[in-house]
Design a protein around this ligand. Structure first.
Ligand code: MF3
Ligand code: CO
Ligand code: CO
Length: 296
């Protein structure tokens, strides 16, 4: 792909035109737009693998299965159920459709889905914990279909939510939307985090720093990293073909956390509620397309 969008290049870096010369010795002074081989440039400079149409099709198919699984979990989840029952359901449904649950055995993770209840921020391991009326439950599903990964999560109310539950889920949803509204070529990864952080803090909530969005598609976690906080205009410029997640974790209280002895479960240090929404998206010429469209 050759393109002439604005990209950041250091004077001593290789010229993005692909000449093999330094930028300062090549196109720096040129008045004409630089013909950029974006695929090579993004791979070399950022380690980002821009996806081709065929790959995007594959991720979209995996995404359809993830979204379908979410809808079924939404119908299936009940107070009195253990989080392990959600795991069994997601595991069986994924396998039945010829896919693999990506979390299972990922860096030693023992289950097929993450189920994070109330003050659990993320990576809750399904087990004997009973889901109760009034809880908020974040279900994070990642499936591998024909070698392609798609990842998305949503936070569900169990029965009637209290005021705190309503507030944190609404703020997390609005943060997610604020982040997504920045996804257009010409903006940067930092603009996404800036929009999320601004909305969270304006609402009296906080943004988790330790876990971030990520490139995805051929692998579970690829470049770039997508922080949910940061400065306007910082980081990698967005270009078509970038596939990554946006997945802000927002706490009702402070953003400090600790990890339980199981080495996975991340919990708010102050015991406050935490909520999260996530989609896998691809940057397009004029914005983005969600590959896990979830009605968030
Ligand atoms: N789905 C999570 C994410 O959004 C990652 C979970 S890793 C696991 O990146 F091992 F806990 F499954
Ligand atoms: Co993710
Ligand atoms: Co996820």
């Amino acid at each position: 792909m050759t393109n002439t969008v604005n990209i950041k290049v250091g004077r001593n870096e290789l010229c993005p035109c692909g000449s093999g010369k330094k930028y300062k010795k090549c196109c720096e002074g040129s008045k004409k737009p630089i013909p950029v081989n974006l695929e090579n440039h993004y791979r070399k400079k950022y380690g980002i693998d821009l996806k081709k149409e065929k790959d995007i099709d594959g991720i979209r198919e995996a995404g359809k299965l993830v979204v379908e699984t979410h809808k079924l979990v939404e119908d299936f989840i009940r107070p009195g159920m253990s989080t392990d029952e959600i795991n069994t359901f997601v595991h069986d449904y994924t396998i039945k459709h010829g896919a693999i649950p990506a979390p299972l055995n990922y860096k030693g993770y023992p289950k097929s889905v993450c189920v994070s209840v109330n003050d659990v921020i993320c990576h809750g391991i399904p087990g004997d914990l009973i889901i109760n009326e009034g809880d908020i439950v974040n279900i994070d599903i990642t499936s591998i279909l024909n070698g392609y990964y798609a990842d998305s999560n949503q936070t569900l109310f169990i029965g009637t939510p209290g005021d705190d539950a309503k507030k944190i889920v609404q703020v997390a949803r609005d943060c997610f939307r604020a982040g997504m509204s920045m996804v257009v070529p010409g903006n940067t990864i930092g603009d996404i985090g800036w929009a999320i952080q601004t909305h969270a803090e304006k609402s009296g909530c906080s943004v988790v720093r330790e876990f971030i969005g990520h490139g995805i598609g051929i692998d579970f976690h690829e470049a770039p990293q997508v922080p949910h906080f940061g400065k306007r205009g910082s980081g990698v410029p967005l270009v078509p073909g970038m596939v990554f997640t946006v997945e802000p974790m927002i706490n009702l209280g402070g953003n400090r956390l600790y990890i339980l002895d199981d080495e996975w479960t991340a919990v708010t240090a102050d015991g406050s509620l935490s909520a999260q929404f996530e989609e896998t998206i691809v940057v397009t010429e004029d914005g983005y397309e969600s590959l896990t469209p979830m009605d968030i």
